[in-house]
Design a protein around this ligand. Structure first.
Ligand SMILES: Nc1ncnc2c1ncn2[C@@H]1O[C@H](COP(=O)(O)OP(=O)(O)OP(=O)(O)O)[C@@H](O)[C@H]1O
Ligand SMILES: [Mg+2]
Length: 135
C-alpha cells in the first residue's frame, strides 16, 4: 500500500476492523486481488488523489469497499460493466472471483467518483448436537 502510494502519488486511507483473525486463504487472496485491481483502476482511469479503503469483518462475512473521488465511469461503460457485457478484463474478473466465493459484487459510479464493493460470506464450523441432545 505504501509502495502504491509512493508510485502513484495517490493517498490511500485504510479503515479496517481491528484485530482481525485470518480468513480462508482463498478469501484473503480474493480480497487482495480486488484491492489491487480497484487501486490500479483508480490510478489509471479516475484521476483521483485520494482513495478510501474500508475492510469490515463480521463473524459471518467480510466486506471490502474501495472508493475513489475521481471523474467516474462514463455512463455507457458503467452500464456495460454492471450488466457484465463487454468492458475490460479487470472488473469482470473481480466479479467472477467474488461470485465463486458466493459473494456479492457491486460497482457504482457517478461524476463524483467510483465505489467498488465486495461482500463475501464466511462460514463457521457447524457444531451439531449429538442424538441425545448433548454437545
Ligand atoms: N475507478 C474508475 N474510475 C473511472 N473509470 C473507471 C474506473 N474503473 C474502471 N473504469 C472504466 O471502466 C473500464 C473497465 O475497467 P476494467 O478494469 O474492466 O478494464 P481496464 O482497466 O480498461 O483494463 P484491464 O483489463 O487492464 O483491467 C475502464 O476502461 C475505464 O473506462
Ligand atoms: Mg482495470
Amino acid at each position: 500500500m505504501k509502495g502504491f502510494s509512493q508510485r502513484s502519488g495517490i493517498q490511500v486511507n485504510v479503515n479496517c476492523t481491528p484485530e482481525q483473525e485470518r480468513m480462508r486463504v482463498r478469501v484473503e487472496i480474493a480480497l487482495f486481488r480486488i484491492l489491487q485491481e480497484a487501486l490500479s483502476n483508480a490510478y489509471r482511469h479516475a484521476h483521483t488523489s485520494v482513495v478510501d479503503v474500508y475492510l469490515e469483518r463480521k463473524s459471518d462475512r467480510v466486506s471490502l469497499v474501495v472508493q475513489d473521488h475521481g471523474q467516474g465511469i462514463p455512463a455507457e461503460e458503467l452500464q456495460r460493466l454492471q450488466t457484465n457485457i463487454g468492458g475490460g478484463v479487470g472488473v469482470s474478473s473481480m466479479r467472477e472471483r467474488i461470485h465463486e466465493l458466493r459473494g456479492v459484487f457491486e460497482i457504482q459510479s457517478d461524476s463524483s467518483g467510483t465505489v467498488v464493493s465486495a461482500r463475501i460470506p464466511l462460514y463457521q464450523k457447524l457444531v451439531r448436537p449429538s442424538r441425545n441432545g448433548k454437545l
